[in-house]
Every structure is written in structure tokens, then in C-alpha cells.
Design a protein around this ligand. Sequence first.
Ligand SMILES: Cc1ncc(C[n+]2csc(CCOP(=O)(O)OP(=O)(O)O)c2C)c(N)n1
Ligand code: SF4
Ligand SMILES: [Mg+2]
Length: 351
Amino acid sequence: MTYLTKPKLHHPSLPTNKMGYTRRDYEAAVSTLCAGCGHDSISAAIIQACFQLDLPPHRIAKLSGIGCSSKTPTYFLGNSHGFNSVHGRMPSVLTGANLANRDLIYLGVSGDGDSASIGLGQFAHCIRRGVNMVYIVENNGVYGLTKGQFSATADKGSPSKRGTVNTDSAIDLVGLALQLGASFVARSFSGDKTQLVPLIEAAILHRGAAFIDCISPCVAFNNHAGSTKGFDYVREHNDAVNYLDVITPRDEITVTYEAGAVEDVTQHDGTVLRLRKLAKDYDVHDPAAAMRHLLERQSAGEIVTGLLYVERESEDLHQHLKTPGVPLKDLGEGELCPGSATLASLNASLR
Ligand SMILES: Cc1ncc(C[n+]2csc(CCOP(=O)(O)OP(=O)(O)O)c2C)c(N)n1
Ligand code: SF4
Ligand SMILES: [Mg+2]
């Protein structure tokens, strides 16, 4: 029962994208998560983003750890590559895959337990290395799969469903990602598709480590009064700095916006991220300002969402390591093994 497949037949009038695929071609098995779980909305947003970007599913690799959140790649992109790794170890598996084959689009899906508890070290190093990927944490503040223990992102003073109060300080993954040098940092809410879908699109088109912290309520264990990760709390305290439209080079720009409320950010591939600014003086290119804004709003009890930071001229690990443009997996023995004469001269140069 865990892997119920969806019927293959499509209604002939379903809209198709430029690849000729329907949205259904980006779906996968029927979800077995609890009805109403925020994670399912994030899966739907990923499907929508990949459909709208006309991505060939076989060019995407989705990787995850362990948790309800890490199960979700079974429920989207059924025609893509997938690897469900060990708890907290998705980042190193993703980094290795990315180094071996730079030609795929890497999507890392994780949970707050997976990334902020057991996998914190792995999270930190793949962000600081600038691995070209979209890293999404489906953040519910609990270990959902193991029945509701506090995770490291649970706010200090917030009660569990049974009334125990969390006495540990929370790790803010957005603040951490900024400090670690992520070149794209955003936070969103699973219940806000209008904000989330373009953020995922922009993160896919970004070169470098793109991190999205997505608050995703756990309806079974963390949606009660007093929880700061429940649907009601997030809706009441959501402080969006901006909303985004993604305009790829092949799109016609037809939308017009009020002057002063819009900022265009051009990415390396010519894609334009059009920010509809809500906080008009918010500077999306200043990580220190982003950090200040986060802390200020946090002390006022607000949860800041939107695109919080993006680097204009971002680089990735392959540029840092000066790897060849051809994926390493496609290199032959001649290129990978320079021969004993080269090795002898290298050794001689080090004596
Ligand atoms: C090495 C290891 N330690 C502990 C566990 C038990 N375990 C499984 S999932 C999980 C926490 C999952 O929490 P999170 O990543 O937040 O995902 P969620 O279920 O909340 O989406 C834990 C502790 C495990 N599977 N492997
Ligand atoms: S336990 Fe929580 S996180 Fe897991 S599927 Fe149910 S609602 Fe979602
Ligand atoms: Mg969790």
C-alpha cells in the first residue's frame, strides 16, 4: 500500500508545457502522508515549478534523508532520478552526485530534524561549498516520522502537543545559511503557493547553493495552540518582504508594475527575477541587512518570508574546483589517468 501508483491515462484536454508534458507527468506515487500535512503542498509546488519551467524530468535528480519530509520525493517527479539516503546524510550524497555529473538539476529535500539536528554538519558544509543545488527544508519544528519530539528548529518556550515546553534555543536555518555563504536564501510557507512556486523556480535557475526554508505544519504533532509552526500561527505572523515572478529569456514580458515597488534581478542564464517588494527599502543583495531584518522581525514575533538574499554573480563548487565542463562521468581513462610520466614529474615537483 505504500507505493500506490496513479493511473497513467491523461485526459486529452490537459494543458501541456513546451516539452509536451502535462502536469501529471511530473507527479509520482499517491502520498501516504497524513491528510493536510504541509509537506504534500510543497510536493505540489515542486511539481508546478518543474512543469512551468518545462524541465525534462530525466534531467532532475532528487535526493533526501530520512523523515516524512524525506519520503516526499516518492510523491513527485516519478520520471526523475532519486536517491533516499541515510538520516542527515543527503548533502554529502548530493555533493558527490553533483561532482560526478554536473549536467543534472539537483534537488535536495530534507526536514528540520534531518538538516538541523543529525545533519547539521552536512548541511553547513554543502552550503559553504556552494554546491549547485536547490536545498529545501520542510520545516515543521518536530520529528514528525518518529511521532513529534522537538527538533532543533522548535522555538524556545513553545509547547509540544502534550504540553511539555521546549527549553532549548532554536536554530534558524535561514540565518545559518546566510552566515554560511549561501548565494540564494529564501523562506516560505507551504500554505502560500503564490510565493513558494516562483521561489522554487528561481532557486532551480540559480547557479550555486540555493536554500529554501519552508515552514510546513505537521497536522499530527505540531499544529496546536502555542505551536509557532502551526497553520494559524504562521498565517497570523507571516511578514513577507517580497513576492516573485520568474521571467525566463523566452518569456514575453507583459506584466506591468507600479514603479518603486519592483526590482529586477538578472541571473547568469538571463532569467529575470522580478521582485514585487512589500518592504520597499529591503535590499535583497545585502546579507548583513537580511540578517538584521530577520532578527528585528523575529524579536517582534514575526516570521519573515520571501526571497531574503540573492547574489548577482554567484558561483558554484565546479567553478571553485575548476573542474572541466564535461561531466566527470563522461571522461575517459586517458583524461582521468594522466599516466606515469606526469605522475613522476608531479612527485618530483613536490620533493
Ligand atoms: C541515524 C538515525 N537516527 C535516528 C533515526 C530516527 N529518525 C527517523 S526520522 C527522524 C526525524 C525526522 O524529522 P524531520 O527530519 O524533521 O522530518 P519530518 O518527519 O518532521 O518531516 C528520526 C530521529 C534514523 N532513522 N536514523
Ligand atoms: S506525522 Fe506530521 S510530518 Fe509526518 S505525515 Fe503526518 S502531518 Fe506530515
Ligand atoms: Mg520535521
